[in-house]
Unconditional design. Structure first.
Length: 549
């Protein structure tokens, strides 16, 4: 007689393999999630820290929100100030910024998939049992890139040393150790993913080095400023050649290995291409033409009810943040220009306040932002490169366009976006190289801070639409609000009680083993949570508790 499906609560606290601290509570009935609560567990006080400071210095503070997406916060802050003062930086400076931003976006997508998310689907230790020759044949088939069996023998030898030496501590929070009914890859498929996990560590390092050629260091960019960039030393042909060599090796891996691995997962986990849905989507436009500031490579917009037939323009006046279920002093929903960050911790209460994140809403509705939103809108608009690559993945996995709106569809969108963006980078690099050869290149212009102004900076970053809002009074920062992707995606309910995107996505997710709820992790990780951006850095005590109840 089959064991009865689980009914009751499950708490995952903290969710690991993310940036920051996140708690997920779900209610399960007959093995399926029927309700969910997402709680960010630390307070971010950056908006308070920058008040009264010179607006041109704020980017140095706010990029410390996180150790991953530092550059994007710096750039978005700079864009907000430049918007407030009505300043347009030189075209060459914009090209440098585009190369920094695109390098970071691709780097983060790669790290997220291989080193934070893929462990939800593949069993590292099982790769030891694989037939390396068969694995090489399969890898070549799905990636379109020749693979030598000898490479896999080397990987197996490395993994065997890890296992025999008991050096699996870095995998102990992955629920596959000891077997799990929701892991279904063959040993050969596991070997392919394990090999690319290790190779991905090397490739992400190269992308970080490429980024630092223009940003000065990684993380925490040093060369971007209000007025342009200051990487004068990098405006030389030999530095461009160095960037190009690092970039080209990374592009090869993303165009082949990344594509092949997500294809394997799409074939093996069709149910993950059904559950994990949300309803509404938005993102900002970015990667504009450096000369005109128009014709964005990433076009923003709004999509309602997963409809691939219509995409609206985004209206920033319709954005408001709610604090009803966040640990803040009570207040009406406010537009970010009037936003208030006034913390008030009252304890965890699922029926009341239960998160440090606010609840952003657009026209009163929760909105998912990120690669799925961007690629779905590009697909709906018929943008050729996105349509071609998404259709290829769907066909290879036996799926339909509606399967994009799912846990694994979210991950496939990240893969496609990485491919599309990494290939576009070459054009920006060629443009900058041509300007340097023609010389001299202007990358910074002087500017003047007004006594009073307000502005907003938008950025289409790895995890979704990021916006920074500044009000300047007396030449100083009077108010500053950061509305970040993980606040949109992983916040709490709003004043109307509507679930956030991650809470909505968890409803309907099956849980095979309540003691090892990997299906919850698959869906939550598919958003690439960055809680350090949504909240920030207060820890009152030294005790740590890691538990799954």
């Amino acid at each position: 007689m089959a064991e009865k499906a689980y009914t009751g609560p499950i708490t995952v606290d903290p969710v690991t393999r993310i940036e920051g601290h996140l708690k997920i509570d779900v209610e399960v009935k007959d093995g399926v999630i029927v309700n969910a609560w997402s709680s960010t567990q630390l307070f971010r006080g950056l908006e308070l820290i920058v008040q009264g400071r010179p607006p041109e210095d704020v980017h140095n503070y706010v990029q410390r929100a996180c150790g991953v997406c530092t550059t994007t916060h710096a750039l978005t802050s700079i864009r907000a100030v430049e918007n407030a003062i009505g300043f347009k930086p030189p075209a060459a400076a914009e090209l440098v910024r585009l190369l920094i931003l695109s390098s970071l976006d691709v780097h983060d997508h790669l790290v997220h998939f291989y080193h934070l998310h893929a462990l939800d689907f593949f069993d590292m230790a099982s790769a030891i049992k694989a037939d390396a020759v068969a694995a090489a044949k399969l890898a070549a088939q799905v990636s379109g890139r020749e693979v030598q069996p000898g490479d896999y023998f080397i990987v197996q030898a490395r993994l065997k040393k890890f296992v025999e030496g008991g050096q699996l501590g870095w995998l102990t929070n992955a629920y596959f150790l000891g077997g799990h009914p929701s892991y279904r890859l063959t040993p050969e498929e596991n070997l392919i993913l394990a090999s690319n996990y290790l190779e991905g560590l090397r490739i992400q390092m190269k992308l970080a080095r490429a980024m630092a050629i223009f940003s000065g260091k990684n993380p925490h960019a040093q060369t971007m400023r209000v007025g342009g960039v200051t990487c004068y030393e990098s405006m030389r042909p030999e530095r461009i050649a160095e960037f190009r060599a690092l970039y080209e090796e990374s592009r090869e891996f993303i165009n082949h290995n990344f594509v092949g691995d997500v294809t394997i997962l799409g074939r093996r986990y069709p149910e993950a291409c059904v559950y994990g849905r949300t309803s509404n989507f938005f993102d900002f436009s970015d990667f504009h033409d450096p000369e005109t500031g128009k014709n964005p490579f990433f076009r923003g917009g709004v999509m309602w009810k997963r409809s691939l037939k219509n995409v609206e323009e985004f209206d920033p006046a319709q954005l408001k943040e709610h604090v009803t279920h966040g640990w803040y002093k009570p207040g009406e929903p406010k537009h970010p220009y009037e936003g208030v960050t006034d913390p008030d911790y009252t304890g965890y209460d699922q029926n009341g306040k239960y998160s440090w994140a606010k609840a952003p809403r657009y026209k009163g509705e929760p909105m998912e932002t990120g690669p799925l939103a961007r690629r779905a809108m590009a697909y709906a608009r018929g943008e050729k490169d996105t349509v071609t690559r998404l259709d290829a993945w769907l066909s290879a996995c036996g799926l339909k366009p509606e399967n994009l709106f799912s846990t694994l569809g979210r991950t496939a969108s990240r893969m496609v976006e990485s491919v599309v963006l990494v290939n576009r980078m070459e054009g920006w690099l060629n443009d900058l190289e041509a300007r340097i050869k023609a010389g001299p290149v202007e990358i910074y212009k002087p500017w003047k801070m007004p006594d009073k102004a307000k502005g907003v900076g938008y950025c289409a970053v790895t995890r979704g639409g990021l916006s920074h809002w500044i009000r300047i009074e007396g030449g100083k920062t009077a108010n500053y609000q950061m509305v970040v992707p993980s606040t949109w995606n992983l916040g709490p309910r709003c004043a109307a009680g509507k679930l956030s995107p991650v809470e909505e996505s968890l409803v309907g997710v099956p849980v095979a083993d309540p003691d090892r709820p990997v299906e919850i992790l698959r869906t939550v990780h598919s958003f690439d949570p960055c809680i350090a951006c949504a909240v920030h850095v207060i820890h009152a005590g030294k005790e740590k508790t890691f538990k799954v109840l």
